[in-house]
Design a protein around this ligand. Structure first.
Ligand code: SF4
Ligand code: SF4
Length: 382
């Protein structure tokens, strides 16, 4: 077990661009497996169809992911950027994008850095090194590994909190066949703080360390491939991709340093606070061009525009009414976008919105759109 080699590997991680590195052994993560399986049983991972009990088992047994695994190098890179929202302007409502998606797709950025690290490992270790890289989308339970390696501690909002840097960091991990001295878990906790639990607008944090995924705005705006439950829409504010509310209130995040990596920073204010009405004018090609290389393509154009409709309903700007009316009437649009446009018209209220809704009633409509129009008209009467 080499402490000197461990330090050299961690130094190499910083040379290739990571902010921090820590080492865990490759033993199974039994407690994490139990917790993930309990979340599945409780329905907290419903909608994430790939998150099965088999996956939970695989994600928590590093030697199954790479036979011969001896250690796991856990890596972090801050994505914190600061961008002041523009002053509100009537007629130009804006939405919000979660900070992690303000810049380039972190999967690509972190994977490139991890590859650069792995290429240089043989020179540091003095032998060939077997490795497997994980950047979020691969099946390794990175947060429990980060906790065991002492990189941070579990916050009550289920994020890993790094001392002095908080939760505004991406994590990556590299399983290695090297014997490296592991780091020790931290003794820190959130103490009596419960700010994140109180701040969550959809009550997706029903208890400390428990995330009710199907209620989380991140899930609703990114992963959900269906209609957003009507009861949750008014609570989503103007988030169109992800949500940062439980991180913004976190006191550990207050003094976090900004990202070193320029690729993770936004280029313009629209990367963080996009004007909403032009987003409904994007076609598939325009969407690809605008968001290529960022995480925002994940929900696809129709999922993103569904979110935009909800944000417009919550933004209370009457300038949205004619645009939403045209979306609702457009037979070429995805039925879920049209349905959520109807909801937004119901939420905005007023004579013009009601006329846009009633104009569609006599037309032949998809069953889901008709149900949304009926519910939206009922909101006008309510
Ligand atoms: Fe709640 Fe938003 Fe945090 Fe999800 S990301 S738990 S919706 S505050
Ligand atoms: Fe922990 Fe408080 Fe931060 Fe929540 S807001 S993660 S309870 S320190």
């Amino acid at each position: 077990m080499s402490a000197g080699l461990a330090e050299r590997v961690k130094a190499l991680a910083q040379e290739v661009g990571f902010d921090r590195a820590a080492i865990s052994d490759a033993q199974p993560l039994h407690e994490a497996e139990r917790r993930i399986k309990a979340s599945i049983t409780a329905g907290y991972l419903d909608g994430l169809h790939w998150f099965t009990t088999e996956r939970a088992q695989r994600a928590t047994h590093p030697t199954g992911l790479m036979p011969g695994a001896r250690a796991i190098l856990v890596l972090s890179a801050s994505y914190l950027a600061r961008m002041t929202p523009p002053a509100p302007e009537p007629g130009r409502p804006r939405g919000r994008i979660a900070r992690y998606a303000w810049g380039a797709d972190y999967h690509d950025v972190l994977r490139d850095m991890a590859r650069a690290l792995v290429e240089r490992l043989p020179a540091v270790a003095g032998r060939s090194v077997r490795s497997r890289i994980f950047v979020d989308s691969s099946p390794l339970a990175e947060r429990p590994v980060a906790q065991r390696a002492g990189l941070g501690w579990f916050g009550k909002n289920t994020n890993i909190l790094l001392p002095g840097a908080g939760s505004w960091s991406f994590l990556a991990a590299v399983i290695l066949d090297l014997d490296l001295e592991p780091d020790q878990p931290l003794r820190k906790t959130c103490g009596a703080c419960t700010l994140c639990l109180q701040a969550c607008p959809t009550q997706a944090l029903p208890a400390a360390y428990v995330l009710d995924g199907p209620k989380c705005i991140s899930f609703l705006t990114i992963e959900l491939r269906a209609a957003i439950p009507r009861a949750l829409r008014p609570r989503m504010g103007t988030w169109v991709f992800g949500c940062d509310d439980c991180q913004e209130v976190c006191p550990v995040n207050r003094k976090a340093p900004t990202a070193r990596l320029a690729a993770l920073r936004p280029r313009t204010v629209d990367d963080a606070y996009p004007e909403l009405l032009p987003l409904l004018g994007l076609d598939a090609e325009g969407f690809r061009t605008r968001y290529r290389g960022t995480p925002i393509t994940r929900p696809k154009l129709w999922g993103f525009q569904r979110n935009v409709c909800v944000a417009l309903g919550n933004a209370s700007d009457p300038a949205a009414v004619p645009v939403l009316g045209r979306v609702l009437a457009d037979n070429d649009r995805h039925p879920l976008v049209r349905g959520h446009a109807a909801w937004a018209l119901g939420r905005l209220g007023g004579g013009a919105a009601r006329r846009a809704l009633t104009a569609t009633v006599s037309k032949s409509l998809d069953r889901t759109i008709r149900a949304e129009v009926t519910a939206a008209l009922a909101m006008h009467q309510g």
